[in-house]
Design a protein around this ligand. Structure first.
Ligand SMILES: Nc1ncnc2c1ncn2[C@@H]1O[C@H](COP(=O)(O)OP(=O)(O)O)[C@@H](O)[C@H]1O
Ligand SMILES: [Mg+2]
Length: 295
């Protein structure tokens, strides 16, 4: 049996504000398989970013487990987690987290160099990644001199410059126009076709339309989990059943799951969360800072 690339097992994360407890993620069970794109939707404050930070090992679960390629990230040292993020896991943060004193090109080359690549090789790979997301030269501009959309794409280039088994992206099209957003989602789809598991937090139905599966959170819990079509096989064969039957399981508030078949005439892209208000900016952490683990 294929090992899931990412698993949440009864995962709970509770933040503490003094004596006040804020349950951000509650008892989540999910498996993301290689070769799949999963969209996480839900209102602001429903725990989407926390779930992503748990998967990146930047936030450690209060209860339950998070497994990446079968390894419990909660048992890894901070240095080990930083290495994991530079090799196996690509993360696109909601606030981009570009280093302001580095140019666009240097922001993409730095993690590659930290991982032992020569400057020359890192430059070549970074230039190709920036081109892939549509960033044109000059590449020596600093983040402050780039538009929000350009900064977002530099962050995406940094996350996917080298092949990743797991790609985690928090609202990766939030600053992009429709056409550029589509281009980015096509890029994520192609990474899945190459075998990656891709998790995209979004409140845009159009973006979720690129996903094989849409998971909706509410108050930190999974309230629906809809497979709109079968996951792409890891061998990269194109999906031949797009728009096929929708198989939905709906979790009720007591945590039980009831399978039901949704109306196949309803397109994913027409699906909208009840509340798509802007998301909170909590929990964004410098990706190159190995000490940035919230416990
Ligand atoms: N670093 C943090 N410290 C304290 N509370 C947090 C932190 N990050 C998120 N929260 C709280 O956890 C809940 C879920 O937040 P978040 O995961 O950012 O949701 P979303 O991304 O869906 O908007 C919210 O109530 C938020 O205020
Ligand atoms: Mg968020």
């Amino acid at each position: 049996m294929t090992t899931p690339t990412l698993s949440f097992r009864a995962t709970t994360k509770t933040y503490h504000h003094g004596i006040v407890e804020v349950p951000a993620v509650r008892d989540v069970d999910l498996d993301l398989m290689p070769g799949s794109v999963t969209a996480i939707m839900g209102p602001s404050g429903s725990g989407k970013s926390t779930l992503l930070h748990l998967a990146a090992g930047m936030v450690i679960a209060t209860a339950g487990h998070v497994l990446v390629n079968g390894d419990d990230v909660g048992r890894r040292s901070p240095a080990d987690l930083a290495r994991l993020r530079r090799t196996d896991v690509g993360v696109v943060f909601q606030q981009y987290n570009l280093l302001p004193t580095l140019t666009a090109l240097e922001n993409v080359t730095l993690p590659l160099e930290l991982d032992g690549m020569s400057l020359r090789q890192a430059r070549g790979i970074a230039e190709a990644a920036l081109e892939r997301v549509g960033i044109d030269p000059p590449l020596d501009r600093y983040p402050d001199d780039l538009s929000g959309g350009q900064q977002q794409r530099v962050a995406i280039a940094r996350a996917v410059a080298v092949p990743r088994r797991l790609v985690l992206a928090d609202e990766p099209t939030g600053a992009l126009d429709t056409q550029t957003g589509d281009r980015i989602m096509e890029l994520f789809s192609s990474l899945a076709e190459e075998g990656a598991a891709v998790l995209v937090v979004t409140h845009e139905p159009r973006v979720a339309g690129y996903a094989d599966r849409v998971v909706t959170l509410r108050d930190g819990r999974v309230v629906s989990d809809t497979a709109s079509r079968p996951s792409r096989p890891a061998d990269g064969r194109p999906n031949t059943n797009a728009g096929g039957a929708n198989l939905t399981t709906t979790s009720t508030s007591d945590g039980s799951v009831s399978p039901n078949h949704s109306d196949p005439s309803v397109d994913d892209r027409a699906w909208a969360p009840a509340d798509s208000a802007s998301t909170s900016a909590h929990g964004d952490i410098d990706p190159t800072d190995s000490s940035a683990v919230a416990r």
